[in-house]
Design a protein around this ligand. Structure first.
Ligand SMILES: Nc1ncnc2c1ncn2[C@@H]1O[C@H](COP(=O)(O)OP(=O)(O)O)[C@@H](O)[C@H]1O
Ligand SMILES: [Mg+2]
Length: 638
């Protein structure tokens, strides 16, 4: 009995540690229970959906499995070989046999390395393909979301989904899953091999297993929390960055750098903390497992040395120096996979969390979908009718209250009214960016809900106040869609809207670089480009929303000319604050708080002496005061 005393003492120390750990675990768990868990998709469902992405590559996965089995052979056989070599060296040092052994060892190592190489290559390829498929699906899906849905998700969050989260999933396929399978193979392989070599020593090693399992369970709990925090902090910082980098100029103008910096530092610090916490968890777990490993090696040496010295065995089995060496190697190969499995299991959890986040974006069904029998419109006349349209962004808060009007093909209709009266909303509804709650919107007499959305929007050209230019070239921004246009057609469009003059002055002409959001062009130039973009595609309905505001007088003259010409292309809907811009419209609709106050031509409305008349006089007087003389465009009505 005294012989096993050291073993017992060791066991007791480990037991105490294990107990401390369990207590720690309980504390953590209680705290966690207070917070709500954010996972609400079952692991099974996540796996099923992920498997959908892996399925096309099942052949590659099977191949990897076969290669893996071959590469594992090294891990299983090498300890036995090294044990044999040890005995050869210790005994009579027969060079030929030693050479043979070492050659076999080297060959095995080489095979294992080659296998690992191919395994990595195949998995990486498959992983990248899955990643790109997932990314594309996600992006396509995000594109299909309605304006309302997009308004509700911060851009930074979407960026994190498309980049970090898809990456985590790709990592799962290329790295985590393969290594987990590999480690399971190694674990059971090593166990079998150990049993074959010496079952008694194997039993001794297994005595450490319960403690190891306990450590692992606790570790899993701790890391899952740490991982989640890191992930939340990352999303947070991405969201903050994407918003604030877009608005950084405003920050500078208003001298808010310090305050923004403080916000950012706080978020950055949170992320740092979260990552540190993650490291602490690993920092505790790894030494714990190492301690177990060292303990078992010590036991091995103790038992082994006794067996060797007394030439007796352990529980009846003979132990030679070769056995001790073999087991020494096996023990490390036995503990490593368990430790790695625990860590990989956590990474798997983290990948699942990412997958869930991605799938929850997928699960946001597009609000605006084509009806099953929606029709395709090849051409439209440009007849637009609103029939008692009621619309609210937020339930109950009506933005449009029973709006009705009729625009005939090729007419130019202007919407006027105070800011917030619902002009942009009307324009947005025509393109079906939102669905209305009551009433009907008809294009050529067809309810727009019966028309395929893509086919509907194809016929509209929108020119808004803040033009969005993508980074690229002038050409790519004018052509926009994939349609192939010749240079001549592009120039023609540019001439039509007076954009040709400034483009000709550029060094690169049509190929001049456009920086992000077109910030290397003036507002007026951007506006002209957006006109060219619209005219080139010859839409049947053109929509201008305050496109003529904040533009210098010279450019405004150009824009006025191009507007006059553009009227010939098709139906035109204009929102402009300067009434001089819209006075030639066929119909002017004056809105107030989502209702139509009056409508008619400029002359009709002036004669009515209603709200429009007041608005006009106000602007007229202001203009007169500004210029000190009568505006040439506006004639004071009698
Ligand atoms: N995406 C939105 N979500 C909620 N309310 C909105 C949204 N867009 C506009 N609104 C509200 O709808 C009203 C009409 O806005 P809008 O049509 O843009 O006015 P206008 O173009 O005439 O200045 C405003 O009161 C505005 O606050
Ligand atoms: Mg508006």
């Amino acid at each position: 009995m005294r012989e096993y005393l050291p073993l017992l003492i060791l066991g007791a120390i480990i037991g105490v540690f294990a107990m401390l750990f369990v207590m720690l675990w309980c504390v953590v768990r209680r705290r966690k229970d207070v917070r709500s868990t954010d996972r609400n998709m079952a692991d099974g469902e996540i796996m099923r959906r992920l498997a959908g992405y892996a399925r096309p590559y099942w052949k590659q996965f099977v191949l990897v499995l076969i290669i893996m089995v071959a590469s594992i052979a090294y891990s299983l056989v090498s300890p036995v070989l090294v044990g044999r070599i040890e005995e050869l060296i210790k005994n009579d040092f027969p060079l030929e046999r030693l050479w043979a052994m070492v050659s076999v060892y080297a060959a095995l190592l080489a095979v294992s390395m080659v296998c690992t190489y191919f395994q990595t290559i195949i998995l990486q390829k498959v992983g990248q393909k899955i990643l790109s498929a997932l990314r594309q699906d996600l992006f396509t899906h995000i594109e299909s979301l309605s304006h309302d849905q997009l308004n509700n998700i911060p851009v930074g969050k979407l960026v994190t989904r498309v980049t970090n989260d898809t990456n985590a999933i790709s990592l799962m396929f290329t790295n985590i899953l393969a290594n987990m399978v590999r480690n399971v193979f190694i674990l059971f392989g090593v166990l079998g091999a150990m049993l074959l070599v010496n079952y008694a020593l194997t039993l001794m090693v297994l005595c450490f297993l319960p403690v190891l399992v306990l450590f692992t369970v606790i570790f899993r709990k701790l890391t899952r929390r740490a991982y989640r925090r890191v992930k939340d902090c990352t999303t947070d910082i991405n969201t903050y960055l994407s918003e604030n980098l877009s608005g950084i100029k405003i920050t500078q103008v208003f001298n808010r750098e310090q305050a923004k910096m403080q916000d950012f530092l706080r978020k950055s610090y949170d992320l740092q903390k979260a990552r540190q916490q993650q490291m602490y968890v690993f920092g505790v777990f790894r030494p714990m497992v190492y301690m177990l490993y060292i303990s078992s090696v010590m036991c091995l040496f103790y038992v082994g040395s006794r067996g060797y010295i007394h030439d007796a065995g352990f529980l009846g089995q003979t132990i030679t120096s070769g056995t001790v060496v073999t087991f020494y190697l096996y023990i490390s190969k036995f503990f490593d996979p368990i430790q790695m499995l625990a860590e990989q299991f956590n990474m798997l959890q983290s990948a699942f969390a990412s997958a869930e986040k991605i799938f929850s974006v997928f699960d946001m069904a597009p609000e605006l979908v084509d009806e099953p029998d929606a029709i395709e419109l090849d051409r439209i006349e440009g007849d637009i009718e609103f029939k008692d349209v009621w619309f609210a962004y937020e339930p109950g808060q009506w933005v449009l209250k029973g709006v009705s009007f009729h625009v005939l093909p090729r007419q130019t209709v202007a919407l006027a009214g105070a800011t917030g009266s619902g002009k942009s909303t009307i324009l947005s509804l025509i393109c079906r960016n939102y669905d209305i709650q009551k009433g009907q919107i008809l294009i050529d007499g067809i309810d727009i809900r019966h028309i395929k959305i893509a086919s509907l929007r194809k016929h509209f050209g929108q020119m808004l106040q803040d033009v969005f230019l993508f980074s690229g070239t002038i050409r790519s921004n004018i052509v926009l869609r994939e349609d192939s246009f010749t240079d001549e057609e592009i120039w023609q469009a540019c001439r039509y809207v007076n954009a040709d003059r400034f483009i000709q002055k550029l060094d690169g002409g049509l190929d001049e670089t456009v920086r992000e959001r077109g910030n290397n062009f003036s507002a007026g130039q951007r506006q002209l480009l957006s006109f060219a973009r619209t005219v080139l595609h010859r839409p049947e309905v053109m929509i201008l929303d305050e496109a003529t505001s904040n533009i210098d007088t010279e450019t405004e003259v150009l824009i006025q000319q191009s507007l006059e010409r553009m009227k010939n292309i098709g139906t035109m809907l204009i929102v402009a604050h300067r009434l001089s811009t819209i006075q030639h419209a066929d119909n002017i609709i004056l809105l107030s708080h989502g209702e139509i106050l009056e409508q008619g031509t400029h002359q009709e409305l002036l004669h009515r002496r209603g709200q429009y008349y007041k608005l006009y006089m106000l602007q007229f007087d202001a203009e007169e005061r500004r210029q000190g003389l009568s505006s040439p465009q506006a004639e004071r009505p009698a």
